[in-house]
Design a binder for this molecule. Sequence first.
Ligand code: ADP
Ligand code: MG
Length: 258
Amino acid sequence: MSDTRIVAIANQKGGVGKTTTAINLGAAIAEAGHKVAIVDLDPQGNASTGLGIPPELRKLTAYDLLSGEYDLTEALQETPVKNLSIVPSTPDLASADLELSSRANRTQLLRKKLHSKPDLDFILIDCPPALGLLTLNAMVAANSILVPLQAEFYALEGLSQLLMTVREVRQAANPDLRIEGVLLTMSDSRNNLSQQVEADARNTLAGLVYRTVIPRNVRLSEAPSHAMPVLQYDPHSKGSAAYRELAQEFLARQLATA
Ligand code: ADP
Ligand code: MG
């Protein structure tokens, strides 16, 4: 086992801020001086695009890593952000579920590759919006999972299903899997429902919920089309401030649980 901390960013719902968090928390931790890699485990490849790796420049991909003989170091590509690298993904990753499902060690494929003592402080896995084989591979490989939660009515319902999967993974394959934290995203302080969901989440999940809340901020949604994290696109935006604050809280929790 290496000392690299592996964090799966997971929620089976799409559009809750997984990729935005992978890119911008990753960039903020890297900015703080840590060596970070993102594994883009979503066939849509949004993290790859958002970090400036267009499809034609994706060499080895998460699909190659899972299905082939390549190791992590070979598959990592540099990004425009210092200290931040990525294993990009391509649409062929969508077929991995089916292709790999007959292998005996099908949920252990990523774990084997990520536990190769890489020279990294953190690996963030950007999971697809499903609880299929890819997300299971991420949960089996990870030390912990970080769950972005969009402040809307059904947010907490989906969470119980996710937590059930975490319990199953603990029993079957990865007894040490922790919940890193629950992150409230796209919050709107003028919206009553948003405030109510936040209050409910803090009541139900107590200390698991990050003090930092990510506000809805248009700069965060614009940054990917400029192929860079918001920290580079608009360093003084509310989105940048929020992800920097999250990075500090995240790093403080690492010390507390080390
Ligand atoms: P997921 O990876 O969970 O599907 P994304 O991170 O791709 O979710 O976010 C979904 C959409 O919402 C994207 O278009 C993204 O740019 C936008 N978005 C995410 N977080 C915010 C935010 N805090 N403020 C504004 N837009 C956001
Ligand atoms: Mg995504």
